[in-house]
Ligand binder design. Structure first.
Ligand code: COA
Length: 162
């Protein structure tokens, strides 16, 4: 497995990865219909495509040589605070190091950064356990995870970087 920057030809596969992983992770939390609604908008290929050229951002994937098994997207406004918007590993590949590899890559991509921030659904125990294992601490809450007006509550986690 190696980490590389995402390209336009990866976008269909990344879309499928997100749809699969979102259903696996969130059907039991948000319900299937809500997950279909979100993945149909947030993860549509044209939306993902805009992220390839967003300034001060990194869009990276883990490639097994046969398929893309994980993706992450992060950005910064001031270079000091990294917002980790997405970190998703295919269900059958979780627990094999891909998430940790992507987190390490994001840190390397923003060498001036002092902190990483992200939003995580409170009952998403797998993700909460992963971030706590990586040293993140809860610093607050949001009523609108993902984008303004989403209405999805979440915890805010932060990690201080050396
Ligand atoms: C959460 C997620 C990104 C973690 O990625 P992963 O590839 O499964 O995790 P890794 O194999 O890299 O694990 C890294 C470390 O976290 C620990 N960890 C991972 N999952 C864990 C769990 N469920 N419980 C406890 N510890 C866990 C591992 O033991 C490992 O510890 P180590 O570094 O000491 O060996 C991945 O499971 C995922 O995509 N989940 C579903 C989608 C999701 O919730 N994304 C986050 C949205 S905010």
């Amino acid at each position: 497995m190696w980490v590389r920057t995402a390209s336009e030809r990866d976008l269909q596969e990344i879309n499928r990865l997100l749809v699969t992983t979102w259903h696996d992770t969130y059907d039991g939390i948000y319900g299937v219909d809500k997950v279909n609604e979100i993945t149909g908008t947030w993860h549509a290929v044209p939306v993902l495509k805009q992220r390839l050229t967003q300034p001060n951002s990194e869009f990276v994937v883990v490639d097994t040589g046969e398929k893309i098994c994980a993706m992450a997207f992060a950005s910064t406004q001031d270079g000091k605070l990294i917002d980790l918007h997405q970190l998703y590993v295919l269900p059958e590949v979780q627990g094999q190091g891909a998430g940790g590899q992507l987190l390490d890559e994001i840190k390397v991509c923003f060498p001036e950064a002092k902190r990483i921030r992200l939003e995580v659904e409170e009952t998403n125990q797998k993700a909460v356990a992963f971030y706590e294992r990586k040293g993140f601490v809860e610093t607050g809450r949001t009523a609108n995870c993902g984008e303004p007006g989403s209405g999805l509550p979440a915890l805010i986690f932060e990690l201080a970087l050396d």
